[in-house]
Design a protein around this ligand. Sequence first.
Ligand code: PEP
Length: 249
Amino acid sequence: MRKALIAGNWKMNLNLEEAALLVNRLKSIDFDESEKEVIIAPSFVYLPELVKLLKDSRVKIFAQNVHHEKSGAFTGEISIDMLKNIGVSGSIVGHSERRIIFKETDELINKKIKTAVKEKFPIIFCVGETLEQRMADVHEEVVNTQVGLGLEGIDEIDMNHITIAYEPVWAIGTGKTASSSDAEAMHKSIRNFLAKKYNKALADSIRILYGGSVKPENISELMAMENIDGALVGGASLKAESFIKIINY
Ligand code: PEP
């Protein structure tokens, strides 16, 4: 049985006061931790403050990105040790904005995942196709190639630190959501890929989130799909009303 996971990616949004207000609203929500996990990924600069605010809460804090080296001359970067040191529980890796705007490659993403599993640091590993790739009907091949390259050299035993997020690039921040059946088809394809790469038991145990314009209006339909285990939410995670509705789908 895979535990549902609802994660909010706040990207480069909110000031400290707004972030703290939102966190205080999220703190008060009631959900069964044995059935559901809730994560927020705020900006790096607010992490220490928000970790303190969420002490003793069931809501966990992730970073939006992380560097693969332990320390050193990497101006502007943040290591897993630094995040662990302030009580951050994990990180998103390979978001399409990192891939497209900041030119992160599959090879770099693989290095981050390798370090993360070595450090037992949970990761939400993002993959997804562009509109052109979907139109050309190569979306499954593209996404499974990203999954394969990102997980190269990752042993079965370390896969328990990884959650995959399928986020079609054309659905992120656009208001366009993949239909629940298209999303389900991709999730199933990723699971089949994992079954071939590892084995069926492993593939059945890995959580695969959907991301791309998830809203209170579409979350229940998405969550009703057999292979969709949760959501990575951007815009709708910035307002308490909509994010709480999504968490309570
Ligand atoms: C995201 O960036 O991970 C995302 C899914 O954004 P949105 O929900 O705004 O489409």
